[in-house]
Design a protein around this ligand. Structure first.
Ligand SMILES: CC(C)(COP(=O)(O)OP(=O)(O)OC[C@H]1O[C@@H](n2cnc3c(N)ncnc32)[C@H](O)[C@@H]1OP(=O)(O)O)[C@@H](O)C(=O)NCCC(=O)NCCS
Length: 242
């Protein structure tokens, strides 16, 4: 149950998909296909997919879909039934995702949103998300920029990428594993960049994009672990400060 009346949050099932697809099509100019939803439900161990229903068997009110990959949470999809909007359900769904993420140790939450989607931008900003950067011409139908937004959980904030460059330089010199991981990370980033340039992604390219995103996050997570170990070993070697 959420703060928005008798609405229940339940795991999304395949039997929800007819209603979910109808809401998806009513909500987006480039809606996900059934195949894409099935991919999240069947083939993605990182995905958390939640529907909001008016009571356990009542009408579908909305849904949220996100990935929890190591220390990052990626918000993938969110919609609220048009008649039920502006009553706090969208906020409740995102808060639910943040709560699940925090429980699983997430530090950083990321999402992308159309630059013209003022409703969603206001919702996310109201929850404390910040605009990180703009990805030019990211969306099609219509062609539009994506705003990338981030949120740091209370645990988080110190992601590897924010690490002191001087420390990274020392680790690079001392750890060939770190150097290789960093090169892999750059290569995956370039591959993603190439996919982002395409105006339209086929279902196969969408899958490829997901795989690259997984690999990129896994690589980053290993790099972060190496940084943590490095800092720990240095502080142990330095001995207690008092
Ligand atoms: C974006 C969306 C999920 C918001 O759901 P919602 O249940 O209406 O959101 P909430 O009621 O929790 O709204 C929270 C805040 O967001 C902002 N907001 C929401 N809708 C807004 C609108 N149409 N215009 C301006 N601000 C809006 C407001 O600040 C609102 O707080 P307020 O009502 O106290 O002023 C919903 O509009 C939707 O499904 N849109 C289509 C799909 C979509 O754009 N999904 C997001 C993809 S990134």
């Amino acid at each position: 149950m959420t703060g928005s009346g008798r609405v229940m949050l339940l795991p999304m099932q395949e039997r929800d998909l007819d209603e979910v697809l109808a809401l998806e099509q009513a909500s987006f100019t480039e809606p996900w296909t059934r195949k894409m939803f099935l991919g999240e439900l069947r083939g993605n161990g990182f995905a958390v997919n939640v529907v909001a229903r008016a009571g356990e068997t009542g009408a579908l009110m909305g849904y949220i879909m996100f990935w929890v990959v190591f220390e990052e949470l990626h918000l993938m999809n969110l919609a609220v039934r048009p008649e039920a909007r502006r009553r706090g359900l969208g906020t409740d769904l995102v808060r639910h995702a943040l709560a699940v993420g925090t429980e699983r140790g997430v530090r950083t939450v990321l999402l992308e949103v159309r630059a013209s989607n003022l409703a969603a931008l206001a919702l996310y900003e109201g929850l404390g998300f910040a605009r990180k950067c703009v990805r030019k011409g990211y969306y099609d139908h219509p062609r539009e920029d994506a705003v990338i937004m981030t949120f740091f959980t209370e645990k988080g904030g110190a992601t590897m990428l924010n690490e002191d460059p001087a420390i990274l330089e020392v680790i690079r010199r001392e750890s060939s594993e770190f150097k290789t991981l960093e090169e892999t990370h750059h290569r995956l980033e370039d591959q993603l960049g190439e996919l982002h340039k395409l105006h339209f992604l086929t279902a196969e390219e969408e899958q490829l994009k997901k795989r690259i995103q997984f690999d990129k996050l896994a690589t980053k997570d290993k790099m972060a672990a190496l940084v943590r170990n490095f800092k720990q070993s240095r502080s142990l070697a330095a001995g207690p400060s008092s």
